[in-house]
Design a binder for this molecule. Structure first.
Ligand code: ZN
Length: 357
């Protein structure tokens, strides 16, 4: 038994031993406050260095480049994490912007080399149980934003980074006139084999005339945002591709997650190809700078809790929900961005809409 595990046994007894890892920190009494205190302490202690100094002491890979904060332009760096997977042979560094709090990988991937990350083998596991779980997550997230996704009749939808078409399949079932784009040719082929009316295309939106023409009522980014090396450029394009009254749905890992505060470099949001990590505090800057009018966030309680299949006893579920709401909003960030005031009027009812302009 590790020392940490032994300590938590003494503090909490065996009562929480069966609670899954990702839920434990939300249900053990007092843990949220301890983790938040630890986080503040970490930020106070970690030194802030100039970009020059950071460059000098940090190795740079062949497909990498040093960057400053994309959201606010700040060049100083606060190095915080070094996620690594020894078995699969990858590691990178994550810094925090000392001005706006944005977390990002630095060195980052050079955009023209992004294809290297997705060249092959990205669609092999998108079937069976994995696919069913993914589609459940998409449904739960659609439900969290009310009527936007109830009926797609007469509405155009673009799924950016559509992968093997798991979401496009749901979109066509709901009646959307749906298209997708992806940088993995394998995934696009798998998607088109799965789909009936919807279509997936290889490349960027501007490569496909029917997509470049714009006029979309909905654009979706399912676990894509953290992979974008030039988010400002991409979001300006998304804004241009939206029709009046259009909305952009974003699901990404939450950089304010209590799990990140607890597990640091071992956080499950630090996966191999993730480049940038947003929270409800930092994402509004990206949306504001790219011309969106407003945003609404929906807390994430975890798929099994939301789907009602969790084994967690009811009082602990209550505590989990309370702690998610009072702290970080959960381990995933779910956002609906509104293109203009027409979009807010049409789809903002019942949501906690934050104006951006
Ligand atoms: Zn910044």
């Amino acid at each position: 038994m590790s020392v940490k595990r032994a300590i938590s046994r003494v503090v909490y007894g065996s009562r929480y031993a069966r609670v899954p890892w990702g839920q434990r920190i939300y249900v053990r009494p007092g843990e949220r406050l301890v983790r938040e205190f630890q986080w503040r302490l970490r930020l106070r202690r970690a030194p802030v260095v100039s970009l020059q100094e950071y460059r000098e002491r940090t190795p740079l890979g062949e497909i990498e480049e040093f960057v400053s904060c994309h959201l606010c332009g700040e060049t100083r760096q606060q190095p915080l994490f070094e996620p690594a997977d020894a078995k699969r042979g990858w590691s990178y560094r994550v810094v925090r912007c000392p001005a706006c709090g944005f977390l990002y990988r630095n060195p980052n991937i050079r955009p023209e080399r992004l294809g290297d990350l997705y060249a092959a083998g990205y669609s092999g596991f998108l079937t069976g149980r994995y696919a069913a779980n993914r589609q459940r997550r998409y449904r739960l997230t659609m439900d969290a934003f009310g009527p936007v996704f109830e009926s797609g009749q007469g509405r155009r939808l673009l799924d950016f980074g559509c992968g093997a078409g798991l979401f496009l399949e749901l979109a066509e079932q709901r009646g959307f006139d749906a298209v997708g784009v992806d940088l993995s040719a394998d995934s696009v082929a798998a998607a088109n084999a799965r789909l009936t009316r919807a279509r997936a295309h290889f490349g960027a939106p501007e490569d496909v005339p029917e997509i470049a023409a714009g006029g979309f009522d909905v654009i979706t980014l399912w676990s894509v945002l953290a992979h974008l090396p030039r988010p400002l450029e991409d979001f300006k394009r998304f804004r241009d591709l939206l029709a009046p009254g259009g909305v952009l749905l974003i699901l990404t890992v939450n950089a304010a997650s209590l799990q990140l505060k607890a597990y640091g470099s071992g956080w499950n949001g630090f996966t191999k190809n993730h480049l940038m990590f947003y929270s409800a505090e930092t994402m509004p800057a990206l949306l504001r700078r790219t011309g969106f009018a407003a945003v609404a966030f929906a807390p994430f309680y975890g798929d099994t809790v939301e789907a009602g299949t969790t084994k967690l006893p009811a009082p602990l579920q209550e505590r989990l929900r309370r702690n998610v709401e009072n702290s970080d909003g959960g381990n995933m960030l779910r956002a609906l961005a509104f293109a203009d005031t027409e979009a807010v009027e049409r789809w903002g009812g019942g949501l906690a809409v934050r104006p951006l302009l």
